[in-house]
Write a protein that binds this ligand. Structure first.
Ligand SMILES: Nc1ncnc2c1ncn2[C@@H]1O[C@H](COP(=O)(O)OP(=O)(O)OP(=O)(O)O)[C@@H](O)[C@H]1O
Length: 252
């Protein structure tokens, strides 16, 4: 089942076209990695997919409907967007902040905080023990998990996450990627912006490689992480490692 689709979407910043006729199709049960060098247009594309930026041309369809025709409230029940690490959260308890994820369902306060989806989200992200801590006291990695927990509390079919593992140590990065796989197995569709190509290869069903605003390749990891593409897009060389779980490493 197709959950989210972009058809030849473009976006301009000043004179520059930072997303250039980019297309993708996200299906239920899939983890899609959005990769590419700094400035390739990944975050801008993801924000368009989330309905936060309007494409200057092209279309985005969420559950079959043009996203521009869906109200923000309806959209928030279909799609959770996790932005790149930004401002420090307010000093409210972590549990209350995660409970804000129930807002699109019209639930606030104690009714929201006591909803089973909030408890499940805190458990899944390993934050249950920290639930009464002020969110402003959390570390960068804990905040990243809190942002995912808030998205899980909404229980949307689609999750879009912009570099959710950038601030995570290796164990938490692995567990977050594993959690995304579990969520996909439950039927969600997930797009995750990643710079770690090894984790992208290991955990994503498909990869979308962007460069200069354009999608240069889309498909299973093995077909995207090709030597020639890595060299032309990232300027790095792929080194093959026999019998390794990930059969390559990257070199300048
Ligand atoms: N608010 C803005 N005003 C002007 N230019 C912007 C703005 N936001 C992004 N850009 C430019 O648009 C281009 C695409 O940026 P974007 O953040 O989408 O790239 P990215 O692939 O997510 O990069 P990174 O991996 O570094 O996060 C970049 O050249 C960036 O400088």
């Amino acid at each position: 089942m197709i959950l989210l689709q972009a058809e030849r979407t473009s976006f301009r910043r000043g004179e520059r076209r930072v997303v250039d006729a980019a297309s993708l199709t996200l299906r239920a049960g899939r983890v899609m990695g959005l990769i590419g060098p700094n400035g390739a247009g990944k975050s801008t594309f993801l924000r368009m997919l989330a309905g936060l930026l309007r494409p200057e041309s092209g279309h985005i369809r969420l559950a079959g409907r043009d996203i521009s025709e869906i109200t923000a409230h309806q959209r928030a029940r279909q799609l959770a967007f996790i932005p790149q690490e930004g401002q420090k959260p307010p000093p409210m308890p972590l549990r209350a902040l995660v409970a804000l994820g129930r807002l699109p369902h019209g639930q606030t306060g104690e009714r929201a905080a006591s909803h089973p989806a909030v408890h499940d989200a805190l458990t899944a992200t390993g934050l249950l023990d920290l639930r009464d801590r002020p969110a402003s006291h959390l570390s960068g990695g804990e905040r990243a998990r809190m942002n995912l927990a808030r998205a899980l509390a909404t229980a949307t079919p689609v999750i879009l996450a912009d570099e959710p593992i950038a601030a995570l140590d290796p164990a938490h990065a692995l567990s977050m990627m594993h959690l995304l796989r579990v969520l996909a197995a439950q039927g969600k569709g997930i797009i995750v912006v990643l710079h770690d190509l090894v984790l992208a290869a290991r955990f994503c069903d498909e990869l979308v490689l962007m460069d200069n605003g354009a999608v240069v390749r889309h498909g299973p990891p093995a077909g995207v992480l090709r030597d020639d593409l890595m060299r032309s897009v990232y300027g790095v060389r792929v080194r093959r490692i026999e019998n390794a779980v990930i059969p390559w490493s990257l070199d300048r």
